[in-house]
Design a protein. Structure first.
Length: 344
């Protein structure tokens, strides 16, 4: 929990700094105004420290002011804060007060140290600012590239669907099967795109594929796991095949039939159980079609597998997937509320 909180805090700080950098361009009038505010704030804080303790360091409040100004405003405004802080501390807080003479040798060392450390802070913070800005620009470019590729992919899929519709117009069953599988992949692509390329949530995939059926007939249980893109694009066709088969021959082909989809997460192993109830009597098919071959082999690339049982009460499909290390699973919904069972 502590690691999760730290990650959220880091993201929040980065987001706040990015917004501030948008309002304060380096070297601009806004940057120098920001430097003046930081210098004034550090001076007031130093006065408060001296009021609490006369032996408090006369320069301690200016170090963070210099670093923060360099981080947002650049080298020029940060240098201005450093000069203002050093001169102000020298004049107001080092004896004799309100004089530019120094009685203590230690104060001379403090001023020299402050100048040297401030220079290092300015250079380091400005370098970090430049790197952060470059990374932000690269991230924006990446997002634009992903959006363009997604747009092109949608156009290509639409073209492929049109070609299939024309070429297989005399074989409607084959045509509809191919088009439905393409539609399943397209829907999952959309989910991955909405998650900025991070993947798609297992519950969302299941709801997308089972959405055409009555809400009371489908129950999804277990943690909502964020599947990486490759895993999501493999799991989606499997759920699609199971739903299609159930709609033709299983529990979804009759009014009272139901489907239960249960997910369990243990370390990096995800188990997904598909169970049908209340449908017609089921028997194993005499030959293995494309759907069964897909179900039996698709997960082998991830070190997993599939077991399909044709019980008289309904089909039971047990899938196992080894997810990448670090994949998290939280039994919460999109709003962060506890989620263990979802009825569509």
């Amino acid at each position: 929990m502590r690691q999760v909180d730290t990650a959220k805090l880091t993201v929040a700080v980065d987001s706040a700094l990015a917004r501030l950098r948008g309002y304060i361009p380096p070297g601009s009038l806004q940057a120098y105004a920001f430097a003046a505010v930081c210098a004034l704030g550090a001076g007031l804080f130093e006065v408060w420290l001296k009021w609490l303790d006369q032996n408090a360091s006369p320069l301690i409040a200016y170090y963070p002011a210099v670093a923060f100004t360099a981080l947002l405003g650049g080298i020029g405004p940060a240098a201005l804060v450093a000069i203002f802080g050093g001169v102000t501390a020298w004049w107001a807080f080092m004896p004799p007060a309100f004089s530019l003479s120094l009685e203590r040798h230690g104060d001379q060392i403090n001023l020299i140290t402050f100048a040297f450390v401030s220079m290092l802070l300015v250079l380091a913070a400005d370098h970090f600012r430049r790197v952060a800005k470059r990374l932000e620009d690269e991230e924006q470019l990446r997002q634009l590239a992903v959006q363009e590729l997604a747009h092109r992919l949608k156009n290509k899929i639409a073209t492929i669907q049109a070609i299939i519709s024309v070429q297989l117009r005399d074989q409607p069953q084959v045509r509809d099967g191919i088009l439905s599988r393409l539609a399943a992949l397209t829907a999952t692509d959309h989910l991955v795109e909405e998650a900025n390329g991070r993947g798609a949530f297992a519950h969302d995939i299941a709801r997308t594929e089972l959405g055409p059926y009555a809400a009371s007939r489908v129950v999804i249980q277990g943690p909502n796991v964020l599947l990486p893109p490759k895993y999501a694009l493999t799991v989606a066709p499997l759920v699609h095949e199971l739903a299609t088969n159930s709609a033709k021959y299983g529990s979804l082909s009759v009014p009272d039939g139901i489907v239960m989809l249960t997910l369990r997460m243990t370390d990096a192993l995800l188990e997904v159980d598909w169970q049908e109830k209340g449908g017609p009597t089921v028997s194993a098919p005499q030959r293995q079609g494309f759907g069964l071959r897909l179900l039996s082999r698709a997960l082998e690339q991830f070190g997993g597998g599939t077991d399909i049982l044709f019980e008289p009460s309904g089909v039971i499909c047990k899938m196992k997937i080894k997810l990448p290390v670090g994949t998290t699973s939280e039994p919460v919904d999109e709003d962060g509320k506890p989620l263990t069972v979802t009825a569509m």
